[in-house]
Design a protein around this ligand. Structure first.
Ligand SMILES: C[S@@+](CC[C@H](N)C(=O)[O-])C[C@H]1O[C@@H](n2cnc3c(N)ncnc32)[C@H](O)[C@@H]1O
Ligand SMILES: [Zn+2]
Length: 281
């Protein structure tokens, strides 16, 4: 089956769980590759099987080029140990939303581990969702959509698990769409995340570590009881992967004029350091 047909089938099967991002109305029908809400707002499924479920496009700091380098780094397995720890937390048998999925490697990886769940990857960046929808389809195909996590195209209490990896969150909206007993799994970078790269970019030592406390404090302030698990490991780099790492993050922008010498210097390993916070609604 073609990607667009798979996506159309996905929406039909989960029609009751979606809602119109324009008016909040129910999804009324899926005809061929177009979705209609009860108030006649319509959304076309692209050839890649992606959806545009947002009022107006939003430009983000991630360029197409950065997203492709990020995809290279992630498909090489940079996030895999962290994703394994996320995967074991997923509540099965329902809809899993990867909120702020970027170029989609995380959503695809999680879907591969859990064939009985339905995966939706949502990101506000159109170039990111374009990349997510490209390439070979490995069943089960996640549904990728351009959308705003502050106005999710899901009805109340329709999502079983929300995964939120290194992305902004909207806890009111997450609470609205999560089923009772549903889970929110939020991955926050910890202080040593990319520290070898930080040391190269900030040779004076400023910002050599990352302070995650504002994000973590906001998370805890909303939910109170959050269970955190650390994921800390080293990932081996080839010169090509080091270049991908350098190019995928806005962190290195301030060292743009030293780029060539930093690339020459290189790194053979990079630290991944995350905290995985889990909340059950
Ligand atoms: C650091 S990236 C992480 C992407 C992916 N989860 C990963 O780990 O590779 C943050 C992502 O959040 C997305 N984002 C920012 N604001 C958003 C919003 N309001 N709704 C949906 N996505 C958003 C950005 O477009 C970007 O892709
Ligand atoms: Zn509508």
């Amino acid at each position: 089956m073609k990607k667009a047909e798979l996506a159309s089938q996905f929406v039909s099967q989960h029609q009751q769980q979606f809602q119109c991002p324009v008016c909040g109305g129910e999804i009324d029908s899926v005809v061929d590759q177009t979705i209609y809400c009860e108030h006649e707002h319509s959304f076309d499924i692209s050839k890649k099987g992606t959806l545009f479920m947002i009022n107006a496009p939003v430009k983000t700091e991630y360029t197409d080029e950065m997203l492709r380098y990020r995809q290279q780094m992630l498909t090489a397995g940079f996030f895999e140990p962290m994703l394994k720890a996320v995967s074991v937390q997923i509540k099965h048998g329902g809809l899993v939303l990867d909120a702020g999925c970027g170029e989609g490697t995380t959503t695809k990886w999680l879907a591969q581990q859990n064939h009985n769940d339905a995966y939706v990857g949502l990101d506000i960046s159109k170039p990111a969702i374009n990349i997510a929808g490209s390439g070979a389809v490995n069943a089960p195909q996640p549904l990728f959509m351009v959308g705003d996590l502050a106005k999710l195209p899901f009805g109340d209490q329709q999502v079983t698990t929300i995964v939120n990896i290194l992305s902004p969150a909207n806890y009111q909206e997450f609470d609205r769409v999560l089923q009772p007993g549903g889970k929110l799994i939020k991955v926050i970078p910890n202080s040593q995340y990319l520290n070898e790269l930080r040391a190269l970019v900030y040779p004076e030592g400023e910002h050599a570590t990352y302070d995650n406390s504002p994000v973590k404090d906001h998370f805890i302030a909303h939910y109170g009881n959050v269970e955190f698990t650390p994921a800390h490991y080293q990932f081996d780099l080839t010169p090509a992967l080091f270049k991908a790492l350098f190019e995928m993050t806005p962190l290195t922008w301030r060292a743009a004029e030293r780029k060539e010498s930093i690339l020459k210097q290189g790194l053979t390993q990079i630290t991944a350091d995350f905290e995985i916070g889990v909340v059950t609604k």
